[in-house]
Design a protein around this ligand. Structure first.
Ligand SMILES: [Zn+2]
Length: 330
């Protein structure tokens, strides 16, 4: 143990790796698991090797890792890192050793992302997540339980075990596609992480088939909230359409969230949620999410909920949004 302490001190940094052999020697388990315990260790010199090994044991023994390992180990060694995300909650970042740089980015972002989600949604969720970086599309599809037809435009996804609505879901994880980092960069990873964590937080109150303008727009609202990005940066396609005098006529329909027009649909959905937060307040937005996401809705149902929550029916609400949009671009 003394040797590890010296080695740790010599490294002079918070993170370290245990080689595969060391993991086996120290924990007696997990042949293919390479651990990168994050730690929460303010001063490497002040940390006992025992506590570091304890972290490693805890990560190896974390039951949330098991289903991830089963899918990922055929694709190579794993790296796993524990991250404290407040109130005693521990998140896990999992990937392959070659992805360590992106793992560090996500591990660094996780505490802030969890706090950002809780700030909008409230604290009634786990406050932690398993975040996985995949190395290829098969691994990605396997971890999100998607078939071979997983659309390539998906950069990240969140998933949970089947659960009874109203109960807290288990098996929740956020999974990044193999080229997510290359496609969006560190800033984009932050936004994607917050977006997917919002889905994780809201999952217990979200019914499959609820309108996507609410589900996806809310996740993007939380992801962008407080980041200081301008309207045109967040919604470039929508901005171009508005400047061309082609504003959206109605809320984006669910079918528009896939295929070539997906970016435009997501941007519109974000803008609807941003409009609600600015016009009616963030509390009203969260209240609306709870009610809209609780079921499949026809036009009359949506109309009733909008009227009860925001004080205006669907047509008036859409008019308000379109009027607000007209003022967002110069
Ligand atoms: Zn989403």
């Amino acid at each position: 143990m003394g040797e590890m302490r010296r080695w740790l001190a010599a490294r002079g940094r918070l993170r370290f790796c245990l080689t595969i052999a060391a993991v086996i020697a120290l924990t007696g388990a997990c042949g293919a698991l390479l651990l990168v315990p994050n730690s929460v260790l303010p001063k490497p010199g002040a940390v006992s090797a025992d506590s570091v090994v304890g972290q490693a044991r805890a990560a190896v023994g974390d039951p949330r890792l098991d289903p991830v390992r089963r899918t990922m180990e055929p694709f190579g060694e794993l790296a796993a890192e524990r991250v404290s995300t407040g109130d005693g909650a521990q998140s896990l970042v999992v990937g392959h050793p070659g992805q360590r740089r992106d793992m560090e980015v996500l591990a660094g972002e996780l505490p802030g992302a969890v706090a950002a989600v809780s700030q909008v949604w409230g604290r009634d969720w786990a406050g932690s997540a398993v975040v996985v970086l995949t190395a290829n599309i098969s691994e990605f599809a396997g971890l999100v339980h998607a078939g071979a037809d997983l659309p390539t435009e998906i950069a990240a996804a969140s998933v949970a075990d089947p659960f009874v609505p109203g109960t807290r879901p288990t098996g929740q994880r956020v999974v990044f596609g193999p080229d997510a980092s290359a496609r969006v960069g560190p800033d984009g990873l932050r936004t994607l992480l917050r977006h997917e964590l919002t889905h994780v937080a809201a999952r217990a109150g979200t019914v499959d088939g609820a309108p996507l303008w609410m589900l996806e727009g809310f996740a993007d609202y939380v992801a962008q909230h407080g980041q200081g990005h301008r309207f045109a940066e967040i919604a470039p396609t929508l901005t171009a359409r508005l400047r061309a005098g082609e504003p959206p006529r109605d809320l984006p329909a669910d079918r528009e969230f896939g295929g070539a027009g997906a970016a435009f649909a997501y941007e519109q959905a974000w803008s609807v949620n941003q409009f609600i937060a600015e016009r009616f307040g963030q509390t009203a937005l969260v209240d609306l999410y709870h009610r809209i996401a609780a079921g499949r809705l026809d036009a009359a149902g949506t109309d009733r909920i909008l009227r009860e929550t925001l004080g205006s029916g669907r047509a008036e609400f859409v008019d308000g949004w379109r009027g607000w949009l007209a003022h967002q671009v110069g």
